[in-house]
Design a protein around this ligand. Sequence first.
Ligand code: ADP
Ligand code: ZN
Length: 617
Amino acid sequence: MVKQSRKPAGAPARTPLDLLHEIFGHESFRGAQAEIIDHVVDGGDALVLMPTGGGKSACYQIPALLRAGTAVVVSPLIALMQDQVDALLLLGVRAAFLNSSLDAAAAREVTRALLAGELDLLYVAPERLVTEPFLALLEQVAGAQGIALFAIDEAHCVSQWGHDFRPEYLALSILHQRFPRVPRIALTATADAVTRSEIVTKLGLGEAREFVSSFDRPNIRYLVVPKDSPRAQLQGFLAGHAGESGIVYCLSRRKVDETAAWLRGEGIDALPYHAGMDAEARRANQARFVRADGVVMVATIAFGMGIDKPDVRFVAHLDLPKSLEGYYQETGRAGRDGEPAEAWLAYGLADVVLLKGWIERSEAPEAQKRVEAIKLDAMLGYCEAVRCRRVILLEYFGEHAAPCGNCDTCLEPPETWDATTAARMLFSAALRTGERFGAGQLIDVLRGKDTDKVRQHGHQLLPTFGVGAGHDEATWRGVVRQLVALGLLHADASRYGALALTDAALPVLRGEAKLELRRPRPKTARAPRRARGGKKAAAAALAPGDAGLFEALRALRTELASAAKVPPYLIFHDATLREIAQAKPRSVAQLREIPGIGAAKLERYGAAVLRAINAPD
Ligand code: ADP
Ligand code: ZN
């Protein structure tokens, strides 16, 4: 491969915008990108908080090309490094990575290129970066061409509270001690204030300028449904996404395996992914998800970080996540390309009981348990919301927003009702049965159902028996769930979810406080959904004549990608292909005008694309 230097001596200085045009093929900077790049090019430290898909990579890649020397990028996942280096090589940027996936000879070659000053960017795993031999190597680089900057990607891995914690990240503060003059830029898509301050203290970024972007992901539609028949509900949701790539998250490995097998039986191209699978099977499934169109990955939260696939069209949660941070990060994997995507969540009382039980029984220090309980409550508040879901999500991250018009509560505002009397009936049933029974039995008692279990305990003789027959089962389930979410009832996980009153229930019980709850949606009302589907979804916005060309370009992209052994989206995004199909450029110069095509891609693929456009139908 011919590698041209990006920093020719004596040539007129190139600006960040020149590089954005020439190399990346983008029109203009997004959000704070330009400001961040200027700051780092000038040698300043930066902490960049930007949502997934916001364009963090350019914030260190462009300074890497503009500053003298090689930029060193810390990245926690091997798969991610490979992808990012592949993407840069396709753009004609001189990049390489060093991690445990390279054999000794390949690693030696990267080291040689590094010392010869042939690399603009070097991606390194954190555990290697902080070793003495590697630091000594960096000293050599510093003494030769120099170190352009340190970029610390996925900087939230330094946080001990988060589920992506990587102990090696704690050692990264050594970079500043050893190379105090090299600017550092830490980047993350995790937004909460606690994590942010942990990054600052643990990485010694007290002097860094913070760039906080809005965390809104306007193209993601948020939907929440109360769980009643989860498989049928999931199937209904997936029907609106036929042929599209997506992720279905489950809490346990067993449920991942069962759900993936069941979906395959239903004719859906689903694959499992969890930490209990052997590494080879996991790797193979991940590779298929990334490289093929339309695979549904059923996974635990072990899956996702390091997946840069931009055209994930949905993320579904079959179980309640433990916190809004986790939920936002997981759903954020949808729609990185900015096109419409959906985040769907089904949750029920059993999830709440399970998660509360985990927290109560855990061996963690009391302080941590309290934090976890507060996080779970925020998650429940989101699920039971009557307001715009996006407003709640953004508020949680300290942002104010107006109702979005693109979530279920905005599109179909939930009805509320005065549930004071119903709640008192439920409290009374719980008290009269000794606070020893779960939701199922209490609802049977309230609705006056004659079951074996009712007779066995003599519950048909209670004065509350049958007093709630006026409400259906779904309504009662909704009341229980909301009372637990609001903290008026405590579901005891160690006693199969037995419901007991808390002090917060007393004002309602005594008739001193009123209670407004949301009504369950009638069964027939389907979640609002885009009217689209099938493999043609990505072409939906095109005129019929252009759709054919779009499909031809997609086929060409698949060919080019497998020849280059990279995922198709690294060649061109769907949006770029759609623009080409519409504009039908006839010359290299016209093709150059399409957003998403930089100089290297024009040179490499321009002729093939023009041939496809000119081919007779
Ligand atoms: P992040 O790392 O923040 O998740 P990326 O750096 O992967 O985001 O960028 C997300 C997508 O946005 C990529 O496809 C990238 O090419 C694109 N992108 C980045 N900056 C711009 C820009 N200024 N204009 C148009 N597209 C951009
Ligand atoms: Zn909304």
